[in-house]
Design a protein around this ligand. Structure first.
Ligand code: NAD
Length: 253
């Protein structure tokens, strides 16, 4: 186990590890000395150990954390990051109940399960700082979009409220719990949108004061801060990393 770095000696579990933000975070956590377990539906997740699991399935979640504990003896950081945003989740007028429930299952129920079965391992650690939980919400948890994805937005609002409550509940037991709320991130999905419909992409971009989308590494760096002891007084927070998006009324030309 590495002895150097901001996460030296820590065992971190990253869900959605094969995705844009997940993979970038695995790399940053490893660079900072952590042992990282990548969890994903995808079999080739990055990390020191890759585990295949559906994070919305209770048995699989319980088993995943037990396997990490058995492999490394302790768990220090949970980055509950897996999520989906399918095209058939749109306006409330057009979204089928099945799509609503599919998105709630992956985005909200999974975070409940990963906290329910992950936090007990963090509480087993000795010392005043037992662990850090980072749940990925989104800027849409705090502001509305005319280009609605109704179930996605509601799921992220749920993640934010759940996280705040857990942060308060565990504050005196050494476990910090924060909601990481990224603004739009430059992912293959967004690049496709730019290529297909530059006008629609430009419409989104105009709301970001910085005039660009985030890079996955910039979200990973925020996760690093929340995972490390540098954020020792930060809990139950709505940690917005959005290029100023949620603060803007008008943006620079
Ligand atoms: N990309 C953005 O602009 C953006 C903005 C705000 C918030 N977010 C959130 O950040 C998180 C990561 O997003 P991303 O852009 O890296 O997405 P991504 O699609 O690149 O990665 C998501 C990963 O989650 C995995 N996954 C999906 N369902 C799963 C399940 N049931 N069990 C296990 N793994 C599962 C996928 O296989 C994929 O590897 C998501 O929660 C997303 O909602 C993204």
């Amino acid at each position: 186990m590495a002895t150097n770095g901001r996460l030296a000696g820590r065992v971190c579990v990253v869900t959605g590890a094969s995705g844009g933000i997940g993979a970038a975070t695995v790399a940053v956590f490893q660079r900072e000395g952590a042992t990282v377990v990548g969890v994903d539906l995808d079999a080739d997740a990055p990390g020191d150990l890759a585990l295949v699991a559906d994070v919305a399935d209770e048995d699989q979640v319980q088993d995943t954390f037990q396997r990490v504990r058995d492999s490394y003896g302790h768990i220090d950081v949970l980055f509950n990051n897996a999520g989906i945003s399918p095209n058939d989740d749109a306006s409330v007028l057009d979204t089928a109940l099945e799509a609503w429930e599919r998105v709630q299952r992956v985005n909200l129920r999974s975070v409940f399960l990963c906290c329910k079965h992950g936090i007990p391992h963090l509480l087993d650690n000795e010392g005043p700082m037992s662990g850090s939980v980072i749940n990925t919400a989104s800027f849409v948890a705090v502001m509305g979009a005319a280009t609605s994805q109704i179930s996605y937005t509601a799921s992220k609002g749920g993640v934010l409220a759940l996280t705040r409550e857990l942060g308060v509940e565990f504050a005196r037991r050494g476990v910090r719990v924060n909601a990481l709320c990224p603004g739009p991130v430059d992912t293959p999905l967004l690049r496709e949108l730019f290529a297909k419909d530059p006008e629609k992409a430009a419409r989104r971009l105009v709301h970001v004061p910085m005039g660009r989308f985030a890079r996955a590494e910039e979200i990973a760096n925020a996760a690093l801060f929340l995972a490390s002891d540098e954020s020792s007084f930060v809990t139950a927070s709505t940690f917005l990393v959005d290029g100023g998006l949620s603060a803007a009324y008008t943006t620079p030309l």
